[in-house]
Design a binder for this molecule. Sequence first.
Ligand code: PMT
Length: 400
Amino acid sequence: MMELQNKNILLGVTGGIAAYKAVELLRLLKKAGANVNVIMTDSAQKFVGKTTFEVLSENPVLSDLFFDTESSVKHIDLATRAHAAIIAPATANTIAKLAHGIADDALSTTLLAVTCPVLVCPSMNTDMYQNIRVQRNLDILEKDGWVILDPDSGVLACKTIGTGRLPDPWFIFDRVEAMLTKKDLRGKNILVSAGPTVEPLDPVRFISNHSSGKMGYAIARAAEKRGGLVTLVSGPVSLNEPVGVECIYVQTCEEMATQMLARFDQADIIIKVAAVADYKPMDPKASKIKKKENIKDLSILMTQNPDILKLLGKKKTKGQFLVGFAAETDDLEKNALLKMEKKNLDMIAANIVGSSDSGFKADTNKVKLFFRDGSSFDIPLMGKDKVADILIDQVIEKME
Ligand code: PMT
């Protein structure tokens, strides 16, 4: 995702206890290559000092229209150049001002002049948040085309438990990225599988593999940001659920097959990243298998699992685009092409595995895409998020 590279982002910070989270959000935006201008209200500065934002943004913080800036129209300049604006945290007071076009400080005045997409992140006490006036003001902003991010639930600063917490900075960052992403998958149903499957031996043991789910989740996230309606069928992983994606959790290959087959007919693009167990224990035990002192070697009889991708390939109809992955340690091209043929795929992503920076568990990946028409496309070693985006670019290009 390069959506934030060299983009001008306005970060409005208002006076709530969650103002400290805006510091981390700023750090994430800067790391992604954005040029961030922070605008603080007076009350925000009671929670976090201007200096922190100035040092991290490498820009002066705007807080007073009359004394702070070298130019009397600095706020108009910032508003005109902004590609996106975020208000995090957004207090009830600022939300009310914005909803009614009141411009009595640097932030509300600047936001009257923006024409870019705006993300509002309300954060306050539950009763305040649920107050009819606050909800009415949020409705006004939403109807005007601004995006409202629902607050999280949990223990609030006022010690009550309820809705009103500012979501985690990575979550807000994710939604800003989504706001700026081109929607070239709008209206398309995307079905993705990710992670490993686990095949039980007994109630406490299983056979599985090293898939972390990172590659499949990156594809699901990228497709959602591009406007796709994404369903993710996932084996057990320890990753955050991708925002805006319908997630279905499974354990075994049989369960994954059931879920994928049930959703296949509605899908336009199907990307099968999951590392599925080809075999499973033939006779899983209902109770824990005990160690026997006199038995040194133990064999487990295995039986074949269904080949989900092959079943999908058989069901595929015109207009559907089916993608498989092939994890290979050697003969990459030969094995990948064979799998594409056998499973009736439109594309296969041949994945070199066995090194620490590519394939299973790594944050980066190196794949070669092969297509039905005989062409291929190399994706050199890069972050899995970027691999996901390039892979989707290629799918869209081939579908056209
Ligand atoms: O999850 P990560 O840690 O990020 O790692 C990513 C990955 C290495 C798991 C991923 O990039 C990858 O290569 N996935 C495919 C792994 C694999 O099982 O490859 P395979 O060559 O065994 O299977 C080929 C294809 O058939 C795959 O699309 C697989 O989902 C599918 N398959 C395999 C067996 C089976 N019984 N049913 C299937 O549908």
